[in-house]
Design a binder for this molecule. Structure first.
Ligand code: ASP
Length: 335
């Protein structure tokens, strides 16, 4: 039985085309910690274990809340906050630098039941951008606030402020010295189907290493880096943001499902491998639909990623994390 389950969920891999699908019953969560030139040769065993534990801790914490019936948006923001506070990832603490050596943060969230969304861009002092994106959604008539205006609004909502240097880590400092060669990607994202069957998505990032001061990527652009619609899917993207903006990737995955009749898996593959590719739009996405179909799909070498939920066939709760395009599945799959 276990073998059949594993075969049903086996990933499909060919060069530059990494994707895997799951079928969940009930609440489920997928997270990512960024895609890009993430290859086994760049990581020590200790680093792999450390990233893996970080992903698992977020999945466990988020799923426990979902299992208790928590609202999906609360869980999205909870998980993004954990990821932002974790220096492993390019969001909040540990974010990459712009070309002035400063951190500028972007984030967004979207509720697939109400289609309400909130986003922030160019933050320099707000510790947790995802929380502020949610406050923009809940407490303003707007969708996107930027820079000083966003930070002034954060003051009215009692957000925690930090010095810009709080976000800097020794790892990012040395990367900054080499940023022209690095072309480092990152970002964190969460997609959720909650106990009510509603879909939610959220994404948070420091952007791309060495980005021009003032540059805004796809993450706070609703439809580009984040989108959620109960009639389609909740999607969170990571990758070279300019391409994701041009192709409106998160919305396009939804549109192809709803107007072309594609499954989530087909739609995500067509966008990530057909519309985008490893050169023009290096990156990937995580997504889940209202029927519990879920996928991660990426054209890059690797993507930090994880999922937790009850699998439809077995009714067993599965947690699965992975990093590279060459997967450790099924060894890294726990029931
Ligand atoms: N998409 C993000 C941006 O372009 C970066 C990333 O996901 O690595 O800002």
């Amino acid at each position: 039985m276990r073998l059949i389950l594993i075969l049903l969920a086996l990933p499909f891999f060919s060069i530059g085309q990494n994707h895997q699908q799951f079928k969940f019953d009930g609440p489920a969560i997928l997270i990512h910690g960024g895609a890009g030139g993430i290859e086994r040769k760049y990581y020590t065993d200790e680093q792999i274990v450390s990233y893996d534990s970080a992903l698992r801790a977020v999945l466990q914490s988020g799923y426990a809340l979902l299992d208790e019936g928590a609202n999906g948006m609360d869980v999205v923001v909870h998980c993004l906050t954990l990821l932002e506070n974790d220096p492993h990832f390019n969001a909040g603490k540990g974010a990459v630098f712009n070309d002035m050596g400063e951190v500028e943060l972007d984030a967004s969230v979207m509720n697939g039941a109400t289609k309400k969304a909130g986003a922030v861009a160019g933050l320099k002092h707000v510790k947790n951008p995802a929380k502020l994106a949610r406050d923009v959604m809940d407490h303003t008539p707007h969708v996107l606030l930027i820079g000083a205006g966003a930070e002034a609004f954060a003051k009215t909502q009692a957000h925690e402020f930090v010095e810009n240097k709080y976000f800097l880590t020794p790892k990012r400092e040395s990367q900054y010295q080499r940023w022209k060669e690095m072309k480092k990607n990152g970002t964190v994202g969460v997609v959720i189907k909650d106990a009510n069957g509603d879909l939610y998505a959220g994404t948070s990032t420091g952007g791309m290493m060495g980005k021009k001061y003032g540059r805004v990527g796809d993450v706070p652009i609703i439809g580009a880096g984040t989108y959620a619609d109960n009639n389609g899917a909740a999607v969170s993207c990571t990758g070279h943001g300019e391409y994701f903006i041009r192709e409106n990737v998160a919305f396009q995955v939804n549109a192809r499902m709803q107007y072309e009749g594609l499954t989530l898996e087909e739609s995500a593959s067509r966008v990530i491998f057909g519309v985008l590719n490893e050169d023009a739009g290096n990156g990937g996405l995580i997504a889940i639909d209202a029927k519990g179909n879920a996928t991660w799909t990426f054209n890059s070498k690797g993507m930090f990623r994880g999922a937790k939920g009850k699998m439809k066939e077995s009714q067993k709760v599965m947690i699965h994390t992975d990093i590279f395009g060459d997967p450790t599945w099924p060894e890294n799959c726990g029931f």
